[in-house]
Design a protein around this ligand. Sequence first.
Ligand SMILES: [Fe+2]
Ligand SMILES: [Fe+2]
Length: 279
Amino acid sequence: MPPRRHGFARRAFFRAAESLARALCGRAFYRARFLARGRLRLREERVEVHALAPALAGFRVAQLSDLHAGPFLGRGDLAHAVECVNRSHCDLAVITGDFITHRWSDALRVLDDLAALRTRHGTLAVFGNHDYRGRLEGRIAQEAAARGIRFLRDEALRLEHDGAGLWVCGLEDLEEARELDVARARAQERAGEPEILLVHNPGRARLLASPACALMLCGHAHGSQIDLPLLRRLGPPNPGARFSAGTTRVIVSRGLGVIGVPLRVRASAELVFATLEPA
Ligand SMILES: [Fe+2]
Ligand SMILES: [Fe+2]
């Protein structure tokens, strides 16, 4: 996909808004208003899968997305979200990109919190468009790996779950990656075993859907972040929170963090819990 690029005036406006909000304790406000107990939305999604192996019925994935560590989200701010995941008996946690806001080292503010995620099969991640800033996304992956979080970069991993196989495939970002090789990513997958696809940008979900792909987990749209006329156009296109593409269920997280201003309107920060069920 062609990357989105903004003009000087728009970037300057966002920078000024961000600096002002930061000076007005925007981070503390955001944490209290959107990430605290009773504020963070816990979204349950049931995903019906044809010919699902009985062992995979009830397989539960926690999705975190669009953290945007930086001016409005830092160390400790995800503590409640992590606690919610750890309490919810998930089989897998996934993080669908946009770890940072401006620079790769922003990720260091959240990785220790994310390292505390506890699920049966661990935590997998993909990059979002922001994460390629300065082409230093490898540093994020390195620091994450040191904390037990594995990035899938155009590759698929087979999880063995009570004797049944399940593939989790992760793609590079559709806009900002230098290379994207979907065929290579999926080359190892075996027929008859379902796939969960992690891809930050939902903009090509219909092309990436396949009969084997039971569930596609995306982020990027922030639920429009400020979901009001005119303002909702400031962000990337929002395809909605969920839709189907053939037999693939596409779930688009509204994310946990923000860009520009520490504010969300009609688009709560959220954790998504997706549970596989036989169709
Ligand atoms: Fe984002
Ligand atoms: Fe994004």
